[in-house]
Ligand binder design. Structure first.
Ligand code: ADP
Ligand code: MG
Length: 268
């Protein structure tokens, strides 16, 4: 049985726009288990980024409770929250947010600077992480000499630097072409399977959402729909279409011959 690693209870976030309150999240409840890969979808302005910011301890809720790995983060002061962000969270953004004057390896080393690791250890780990995301040989390239897909791989390696409990990804494929989109989702799914990292991904892409374990639809600050994704069956070594036994490396089901991570049924 997986244990809940994130519990959100009656979460409300109200921003003030001048004197006008904007209710971004309303009494939202969500539980995510250790090692889950979930997708959050929803129209622009539905509260997706606000929700990720609350989970990532970037901003505080107006009311409600957030338990992260048993920590009541909504009650913690900022001087403790930065440690939660540093030690438990890896962030991936639509625009990659790499530092242009650092090379790939130095970008990945950056979050480790606040830790006890020596310079040599940081360098070694950064190279290992870049290998894990398929960028061996690209360590010394600066972002401008990398393609968009490669830059997002560097950003994912950076997110993994301190071995976080969570990866929070806000539209990670939003700036990528179809081929790179598919590759990045595959990479996240692989990391989820091999490292058991819990991943919460915001996406506009129904196809990408389907390749996670569970999809949530947000509307006006509330979760209005939920559905299982194809990654769940894959995790259990079963074809989501015909339930035949498959292995983790299968992309086409050996029994029904359908692509395992594709479906005709859109979530929204
Ligand atoms: P999404 O990521 O789904 O597009 P957001 O979480 O960014 O939605 O925004 C949800 C709502 O909160 C929107 O109405 C948005 O305009 C509002 N909002 C977001 N951030 C702020 C802010 N800092 N100040 C005021 N209103 C905000
Ligand atoms: Mg957003």
């Amino acid at each position: 049985m997986s244990k809940p690693v994130l519990q959100i209870k009656n979460l409300t976030k109200t921003y003030m726009l001048g004197k006008r309150p904007v209710q971004a999240l309303t009494n939202l409840n969500l539980q995510v288990n250790q090692g889950e890969f979930i997708a959050i979808m929803g129209p622009s302005g539905s509260g997706k980024t606000t929700l990720l910011n609350m989970i990532g301890c970037i901003d505080k809720p107006t009311s409600g409770q957030i338990l992260l790995d048993g920590l009541e983060v909504d009650k913690m002061p900022e001087k403790e929250l930065y440690k939660v962000r540093r030690d438990k969270m890896g962030f991936v953004f639509q625009t990659f947010n790499l530092l242009p004057y650092l090379n790939a390896r130095e970008n990945v080393e950056l979050p480790m600077e606040a830790t006890t690791k020596s310079k040599a250890e940081r360098k070694k780990r950064a190279s290992e992480l870049l290998a894990m995301v398929g960028l061996t040989g690209r360590e010394n390239h600066r972002p401008q000499r990398l393609s968009a897909g490669e830059q997002q791989r560097v950003a994912i390696a950076r997110a993994l630097a301190n071995n976080p409990a969570f990866i929070l990804a806000d539209e990670p494929t939003g700036n990528l072409d179809t081929k790179n989109k598919t590759e990045i989702i595959k990479l996240l799914a692989k990391l989820n399977l091999t490292n058991q990292t819990t991943i919460v991904m915001v996406t506009h892409d129904s196809q990408a959402a389907n390749q996670t374990e569970r999809m949530l639809l947000l509307k006006d600050g509330k979760i209005v729909k939920e559905k299982q994704g194809l990654h769940l069956a894959k995790k259990n070594n079963k074809c989501p279409h015909c339930n035949a036994d498959i292995t983790l490396n299968d992309e086409i089901c050996p029994n029904c011959k359908k692509p395992i991570l594709e479906t005709e049924e859109p979530f929204i």
